[in-house]
Design a protein around this ligand. Structure first.
Ligand SMILES: [Zn+2]
Length: 312
């Protein structure tokens, strides 16, 4: 097997912003993706508080928020991070500060498309450090009821999602992709949030999903999709996107991640199980943390933002 060419860590070339309403609160918020030095990872920064609070996008800070993935640290939360996080990491960016001036990330068009677009607009630059990789080195499996989430060893990143058709109106769907920035952008990122017609009224009653309109979701009715879909299997593609957003909390990882009727909570469980059970091989991570940070700080061309990250 040929050795993989060395890859370097990356960040965005310049800051870029997007403003929109949140899915659940319906309130406007603005995100700004800023360059960050190597070794930072992806870190959210709540800028609407008296003092900015950093929340690293790592699995130990994962929390369910309504029906989405949230992160919580030092009593401060940011919610619905998964579509943005997937676009940043699987779009090719290892390090970034993502400032947000509220608790909820904007919904965009219900997919990752707007976030892929702003990352593209920002541009990506390489940093002076070899990219580390968490490799799934044995099968890892978690389950809840009928749902399964599985990680298998795989060279590169692969994602599969299967709807088994157990939900009303939902036909069986299966998708599988080798994930590269290109396939992520064209095949996965445009797939919109899945909404079940009979649930929407109930969700609104309890104050969830205030921001969603039929343009921002693929709505499943009694007899399948209601209204135009972007793909014939858009729902499964979106669930694959959600799975990718959740495993982005592992940082750059290789493996085949498989969801069978799984959702965010089970995805988080899988990510935690992967951390527990797989051996970590991060080429850059042989020195002390301090040594690493010194090396990164001096060499991060193009990474001008230096907001301190409190919790690394
Ligand atoms: Zn989603």
């Amino acid at each position: 097997m040929a050795a993989r060419p060395l890859e370097r860590e990356t960040t965005v070339a310049r800051p870029v912003s997007y403003e929109g309403r949140g899915l659940h609160t319906g309130r406007p918020s603005r995100v700004t993706i800023r360059p960050a030095p190597c070794g930072t990872g992806i870190v959210f920064v709540r800028t609407d508080l008296p003092r900015p609070v950093s929340i690293p996008a790592r699995v130990e800070f994962a929390a369910m928020s309504r029906r989405a993935t949230g992160l919580a640290h030092d009593g401060v939360a940011v919610s619905t991070v998964e579509h943005l996080l997937a676009a940043v990491l699987w779009g090719g960016v290892d390090n970034a500060l993502i400032e947000v001036d509220g608790e909820e990330i904007p919904l965009g068009d219900g997919s990752s498309r707007v976030f892929v677009d702003i990352v593209e607009e920002a541009g990506i630059v390489e940093l002076e450090r070899e990219r580390g990789l968490l490799s799934v080195d044995r099968p890892v499996r978690v389950e809840r009821g009928e749902a399964r989430a599985i990680a298998l060893p795989h060279e590169g990143l692969r994602v599969s999602f299967t709807f088994v058709g157990a939900r009303r109106g939902m036909r069986a769907e299966h998708v599988e992709f080798e994930v590269t920035p290109e396939t992520f952008r064209t095949e996965i990122a445009p797939a919109r949030t899945v909404g079940f017609e009979w649930e929407l009224a109930t969700l609104r009653e309890v104050g969830l999903a205030l921001g969603a309109t039929p343009d921002e979701a693929v709505i499943v009715g009694e007899n399948g999709y209601v209204g135009p879909a972007r793909f014939p299997d858009e729902a499964a593609r979106h669930k694959a996107l959600d799975l990718l957003g959740d495993i982005a909390l592992l940082g750059r990882v290789s493996g085949h991640f498989i969801g069978i009727g799984s959702g965010h909570a089970l995805n988080h469980e899988l990510a935690r199980a992967v951390v527990r059970e797989t051996a970590q091989a991060r080429p850059g991570a042989t020195g002390t943390e301090d040594g690493l940070h010194d090396r990164c700080r001096g060499n991060s061309k193009g990474a001008s933002a230096q907001v301190p990250v409190s919790s690394r």
